[in-house]
Design a protein around this ligand. Structure first.
Ligand code: ZN
Length: 444
């Protein structure tokens, strides 16, 4: 059985797809039933050549610290981290390196507690790193935890790091750690638990509040990366082009269902709470797969640097956003304001991350504005910027989405990598996050 094909670049249409399968992309373009019905029917088949889930607790209830692929030679990860291992690995780092472990205030629908770790720097913490918001994008939590582990091992031993073709000095390691980091290794625990249990290619969380009673399987869950506040109300704020091209939906059956209100989901509110705890927050990176792209603001429209009044808080532009290119005949003329210097910074940073990921394992990554992938709303990386627009007491912060890895065309779920893919992805993410932290340190 072949995987659902995944389209990263649709020829000259220049629409590309991240985090969605080709069928899902067609689905939300044409308002068709969405894919997971069929995928769920395949649930228990795991012998499709993808990396297996790790068994037992290799970190022995947090008494053994993980170590990544950049701080040791010849490492080969042959399984991905289970739910228990993600938490145990996090605790292993906390115990081995005397970090701060914290829990987030709201429980998930299935009563799980979200957690993170905090690492001191010279200032801050100024950087937030996050993984696991889309459940099926396997490897995100592993790569984030192992990258942090690499930094800490290298710092202790006074050495550098090597990610494939990319090498970093001991001084680079110290610079990368100078920000102070907050790390959220698993921000969709219910969805990931379900995906691990079913191998069902599950993307959303597991909130059934909007599920239709006679169709709960297909209508459970909210796409957490459409549930944040920035342009959440796409029916009002975006041009009425949504069912054709927008990657967001108010249909609970959709893989990109945005929930019932901005931050309606406890996972999203928890992430927003973490940002509140970081008054010096300046940079964020959110790990996804598998489009080999680095995405930066904005998701809902293109950028412009001339007219500060053309911005997402200006209600006179409601109903006009999202047309790319602008539709002059219909009056859909809009681009989001961003300061020139800020745009320059995030563009340069994103390109540097893409170059580093190319250098790791030789796979090409491209940096581009998020809306170039497809117009979307309510994403966490835009929310980081949105927060300082609605509350001027907050410092401005910028964010990127790292879409690591390539689709696995031979898997039942194209987001499940093989063992070699998983190891290449770990190298890519290691180099990408190193470049991200080094450039963020340079920019301040
Ligand atoms: Zn994703």
């Amino acid at each position: 059985m072949r995987a659902t094909a995944f389209v990263c670049l649709l020829a000259q249409g220049l629409l590309a797809s991240a985090c969605l399968t080709e069928e899902e992309l067609r689905g939300f373009r044409h308002n068709l039933p969405i894919l997971h019905r069929r995928q769920r029917a395949q649930t228990n088949k795991t012998n499709d050549g993808t990396i297996p889930r790790g068994l037992g607790d290799r970190f022995k209830n947090g008494t053994v610290a993980p170590r990544g692929i950049g701080s040791q030679t010849g490492a080969n990860f042959t399984s991905f981290y289970s739910m228990d291992q993600i938490q145990s690995a996090t605790l292993g780092l906390v115990n081995e390196f005397n970090l701060t472990y914290f829990e987030l205030p709201l429980k998930t629908f299935e009563n799980r507690t979200m957690y993170g770790l905090k690492m001191p720097g010279k200032a801050g913490p100024t950087v937030l790193l996050q993984a696991g918001i889309h459940a099926r994008e396997r490897g995100g939590p592993d790569h984030l935890i192992n990258f942090v582990a690499d930094l800490l091992w290298a710092q202790r031993e006074g050495t550098g790091l090597v990610y494939g073709g990319m090498s970093y000095t001991a001084q680079d390691v110290l610079t990368a750690l100078s920000h102070g980091l907050v790390v959220l290794p698993l921000v969709n625990p219910d969805g990931v638990a379900f995906d691990h249990a079913t191998n069902g290619c599950w993307r959303k969380n597991r909130n059934p509040a909007s599920a239709r009673p006679n169709d709960t399987d297909a209508t459970t869950g909210v796409d957490l990366n459409r549930n944040f506040a920035s342009v959440w109300d796409f029916r009002k704020e975006m041009a009425p082009i949504s069912d054709d091209i927008l990657s967001v939906s108010d249909d609970p059956e959709s893989e990109v269902f945005h929930g019932t209100a901005p931050l309606s989901e406890p996972e999203a509110r928890n992430i927003d709470w973490v940002m509140d705890q970081m008054p010096d927050l300046r940079w964020m990176a959110d790990l996804h797969s598998h489009a080999t792209q680095i995405l930066y603001a904005w998701g809902h429209d293109t950028n412009q640097v001339r007219d500060p009044s053309m911005n997402l808080l200006n209600r006179s532009y409601d109903g006009k956003r999202g047309a790319v290119p602008d539709d002059l005949a219909k009056g859909y003329v809009y681009a989001e304001y961003i300061e020139q210097q800020r745009l320059d910074r995030i563009t340069i940073l994103s390109s540097r991350v893409a170059d580093g990921m190319l250098g790791a394992a030789g796979r090409s990554y491209t940096a581009q504005i998020s809306v170039g992938l497809y117009p979307t709303t309510g994403v966490v990386t835009d929310h980081v910027m949105y927060r300082s627009l609605v509350d001027s007491s907050k410092k401005t912060a910028d964010a990127i989405t790292i879409e690591f890895g390539q689709y696995n065309r031979d898997a039942l779920c194209s987001f499940y990598p093989t063992v070699p893919m998983h190891n290449f992805n770990m190298m890519d993410v290691g180099a990408g996050l190193m470049e991200f932290l080094l450039e963020a340190a340079r920019l301040g």
